[in-house]
Design a protein around this ligand. Structure first.
Ligand code: GLU
Length: 294
């Protein structure tokens, strides 16, 4: 079976040099291995995703010379797939609703931090204190009936107990990444959100479902998602999905060494194009050889 690669941007801003590197690396690897190159639009957040950003993704990738297979999978068109997966996890008793607002959670965390250190996830955010896990069923029914918004969370302790030890194969490059079999530590993330009342999914859930449904065999993405892979392999295990191989690549920094953001104009692909920069210049700038097959 030829390998299947994908580039999966969120249309919540314009693409920059870091996206160009990720997309070109995926396309190069697919070409070198006679594999497939897929494009997936991760547009589950209606508050942040905009049609003009999606249109710009097609334009920028086309300009870079990337060819992707049709059809493009747009996550917003597949919410039923994520709902079905969520139902399976609920059926396993691994999901519970939490009704606190962000401010209430911040207060609960502050109370715990006042008593000493409170754990933070690999991205630096404090773990959810797990308070809603204790709510009796009658209280959940009452709050839901009142229309109180909620998030559906993974009961991490129960999920980890069910799954046991997990690992993934990492082929990453660069100084930050470890290679070979990596021991997963999903517990470092606490009771992650899998869905919200109004959106039946989350990044973690939809990325895992789509990689499986699209037959993705090699996930090539930035180091910033290295630790999230622990949650992904846990969900794959719980849902009986095939685990792809992972390759987390270095991140592209700006000239001052800072991480790129979608609002950094100096490294935006549209700005660079308008300034006369060529796709060959972009390849050079992100450290990819000119010859795709080399
Ligand atoms: N949509 C994610 C992003 O734009 C990437 C997801 C992934 O590659 O797993 O950061």
């Amino acid at each position: 079976m030829p390998p299947v690669f994908r580039f999966a941007p969120s249309p919540n801003g314009y693409l920059h040099l870091g996206h160009a590197y990720s997309a070109l690396l995926n396309a190069d690897l697919a070409q070198r291995s006679d594999g497939q190159m897929l494009l997936r639009i991760e547009d589950i957040d209606p508050a942040r995703c905009r049609p003009e950003f999606e249109a710009a993704i097609y334009q920028d990738l086309g300009w870079l010379g990337i060819i992707w297979q049709q059809p493009v999978r747009r996550q917003s068109e597949h919410l039923a797939d994520y709902r079905a997966a969520l139902d399976r996890l609920r059926g396993l008793g691994l999901v519970y609703p939490s009704f606190e607002s962000r401010a209430e959670i911040a207060k609960l965390v502050a109370e715990r931090e006042a008593d000493g250190a409170w754990p933070r996830d690999p991205d630096g955010a404090p773990l959810y204190p797990g308070t809603a896990k204790q709510l009796p069923e009658s209280e959940r029914t009452r709050l839901t009936g009142q229309g109180v918004p909620y998030a559906l969370r993974l009961d991490m302790a129960a999920a980890v107990a069910r799954a046991g030890e997990l690992a993934w194969t990492e082929q990453g490059e660069g100084p930050l990444s470890e290679r070979g079999r990596i021991h997963a530590r999903p517990e470092a993330w606490g009771d992650v959100i899998l869905a919200r009342k109004e959106t039946p999914t989350s990044y973690h859930l939809s990325v895992v479902i789509d990689d499986a449904l699209q037959g993705v065999s090699e996930v090539v993405r930035g180091h910033d998602l290295f630790h999230a892979t622990s949650v992904h392999v846990l969900l794959q295990h719980l849902l009986g999905l095939r685990q792809p191989v992972y390759r987390h690549h270095r991140l592209i920094a700006d000239d001052a060494g800072h991480k790129l953001s979608k609002s950094t104009r100096a490294t935006g692909l549209r700005e660079l194009r308008a300034a006369g920069v060529t796709p060959a210049d972009i390849r050079r700038r992100v450290g990819l050889s000119q010859d795709r097959l080399s």
